[in-house]
Design a protein around this ligand. Structure first.
Ligand code: AMP
Length: 216
């Protein structure tokens, strides 16, 4: 068993790519967001603590998340694992490294979907969402046939309040403060590769598949 990591900022399309890699390479998908949501819905002690933190969009503390991940890894997996949303901080990355070496588990690929902040901002700021069915449009790259109206259900499109340039910049600044040290940690590793995320999703997926197949 190896564990693989996919890194990328919000809006990079990382979640969709992770899902597709899991299907293509028959990986076990380990999402810390899913594990935490499960703990919240079961009302466990961790779930009760994590609930408010998750609702506020902040990160759950490192020891809690590491504990959940390590407990799951100790149970073992048939085949490789792809982490989704983990590690999120430098401390998580360091603790994971130590855990893997004590358990003699190999770190596989560390792939980063790189998208310049300016591109992410344009994607987010131009995004429009159907107020009824949730279909997603973009004013420039995927406009609806009729301005402001959903092609699928005819309802009005809305601009989410957190999709403004100002809100985006403040989210990004917070994200970068945590993400840059994490990226710095993995960039030095021999199994680190970065793919250009500023391409069509299909092309990004092709690059990721190539890297996965090359050094599996
Ligand atoms: P996600 O589904 O990955 O967007 O995660 C949803 C929420 O769960 C995040 O906003 C955090 O509150 C929490 N979370 C998920 N993964 C982590 C992690 N690796 N470290 C800290 N908090 C996390």
């Amino acid at each position: 068993m190896k564990v693989h990591i996919l890194l990328g900022p919000p809006g990079s399309g990382k979640g969709t790519q992770a899902q597709r890699l899991v299907e293509k390479f028959k990986l076990n998908h380990l999402s810390t967001g899913d594990i935490l949501r499960d703990a919240v819905s079961k009302g466990t002690e961790i779930g009760l603590r994590a609930k408010a933190i998750m609702a506020s969009g902040k990160l759950v503390d490192d020891d809690t998340v590491n504990g959940l991940v390590f407990a799951r890894l100790r149970q073992g997996f048939e085949g490789d694992v792809l982490f989704d949303g983990y590690p999120r901080t430098l401390q998580q990355a360091e603790a994971l490294g130590e855990f893997l070496s004590t358990q003699m588990i190999e770190l596989g690929h560390v792939l980063s979907v790189a998208v310049p902040d300016g591109v992410l901002e344009a994607r987010v700021v131009g995004r429009r969402v159907c107020s009824n069915c949730g279909a997603i449009y973009h004013v420039e790259t995927k406009p609806p046939k009729q301005d402001g109206i959903c092609d699928l259900c005819g309802s009005p499109l809305k601009h989410r309040s957190d999709d403004t340039a100002e809100a985006f910049r403040s989210r990004m600044a917070e994200f970068n403060a945590t993400f840059q040290p994490l990226l710095g940690f993995y960039e030095r590793k021999p199994n680190f590769r970065s793919v250009d995320g500023n391409l069509a999703p299909e092309q990004v997926f092709e690059s990721l598949v190539k890297l996965f197949a090359e050094c599996a």
